[in-house]
Design a protein around this ligand. Structure first.
Ligand code: SF4
Length: 369
């Protein structure tokens, strides 16, 4: 998947296809890579510099840390500061800034915030500290949802009463619909996520081809994977077709992973609405815990977030252009804070926090076009 001869052949094929479609520097063919892992791989391997100028990568909303709205971070900080609460989450999440700082700052101020590698680690902390309320700040797309669901079911089996989730799980298809319905968006096709599709399969993207007539190719993460996927998208455009195709067939099955899907469905259900940083509220895009698991739901137990009947869109920091970058309306270096006030060491916006965030990827791998 990194063979130079194969990569050169794919680049030549992409060049021919872009010429055939008529992509130019001023009017490029635009392909959105949905997944933050793909954004990172494109910059890591310099694919954005190897592909022709008539092709533009637009970086999509597929980094869960990056699209987490300020209000949810604020709710989480508030939870962490409650007496008796031990708040657990993944490493990236502690650095996401809210309006009242990040979880890392809350920890510095005395809150008990701990980094875990999986929700089962959080459950283990709940077992070992029965006198504390252990809250797991759960976030991520369909990729991480099955593991969170498994932890809740395990807690139920063992009757662990001091374990709850602050659930921020989100799903990929609804924001894609929102982007396609935005009259300002100009997207010619999509490179579909690999890990999410391993769970949900390829069927949920069908509306993109059938209703919006845009090609989607689910892709792997190696350079040849991505270039082959781009070539497959371009081929569809050149032929006037729009279909869902699977380049990552060695991992992704059309039906996804039925066991993982069943786990998710048992514990979670879609919320009516959920706010995304930069995209606003999107119907049925966030997940919450089913009534049966209300005892494990931190929002209900502690009366925070939607559990408190609040939907508080919080303003972004002054000068921050995360919203425009998430929508693909501008590139990170055009943000006035990029590389000055906002750096990976001191992020102002969420896109600079995770290595999958497009601002962090631009910052880490220089040589921008
Ligand atoms: Fe947001 Fe920072 Fe990127 Fe600007 S440079 S868009 S503030 S993450």
């Amino acid at each position: 998947f990194r063979d130079p001869a194969q990569v050169r052949a794919l680049l030549a094929r992409i060049g021919r296809l872009v010429d055939r479609i008529g992509g130019t520097r001023d009017r490029p063919v635009t392909i959105m890579e949905i997944c933050g892992g793909h954004t990172h791989a494109i910059f890591r391997f310099g694919l954005h510099r190897l592909t022709p100028e008539g092709l533009e990568f637009v970086h999509g909303p597929g980094c869960p840390v990056c699209v987490l709205p300020m209000a949810r971070v604020d709710d989480c900080v508030e939870l962490a500061q409650r007496p008796g609460v031990l708040l657990t989450t993944f490493g990236d999440a502690v650095r996401v800034p809210g309006t009242r700082g990040s979880l890392l700052q809350a920890k510095a101020d005395g809150a008990d915030v701990r980094i875990v590698y999986s929700p089962l680690d959080a459950l283990e902390l709940a077992r070992r500290t029965p006198g504390r309320e252990v809250v797991f700040f759960a976030l991520g797309f369909e990729t991480t949802m099955p593991a969170t669901a498994a932890a809740v079911l395990q807690a139920e089996r063992e009757g662990i009463a001091n374990f709850t989730l602050f659930c921020n799980h989100i799903t990929v298809p609804p924001p894609l619909r929102a982007l396609l319905q935005d009259p300002d968006m100009r997207l010619d096709g999509f490179v579909g996520p690999g890990h999410v599709s391993m769970v949900i399969g390829t069927e949920p993207y069908r509306f993109i081809a059938e209703e919006f007539h845009r090609p989607v190719v689910v892709s792997g993460f190696e350079p040849a994977d991505l270039l082959q996927s781009v070539a497959m998208v371009l081929e569809q455009i050149a032929q006037g077709r729009a279909a869902v195709e699977n380049q990552y067939a060695r991992v992704v099955r059309p039906e996804g992973n039925p066991r993982a899907l069943a786990l998710m469905d048992r514990v979670f259900e879609p919320r009516d609405r959920f706010e995304w940083r930069g995209l606003g509220e999107i119907d049925s895009s966030g997940m919450r815990m089913r009534e049966r698991y209300a005892a494990f739901d931190a929002e209900r137990k502690f009366g925070v977030g939607y559990g408190a009947g609040r939907a508080r869109p919080a303003p972004e920091s002054d000068g921050c252009r995360c919203g425009d970058v998430v929508k693909g309306a501008m590139k990170p270096p055009a943000c006035p804070l990029f590389g000055t006030a906002c750096t990976p060491q001191s992020p102002v916006g969420a896109l600079m926090v995770s290595s999958e965030g497009s601002c962090a990827a631009y910052h880490q791998y220089a040589g921008l076009r």
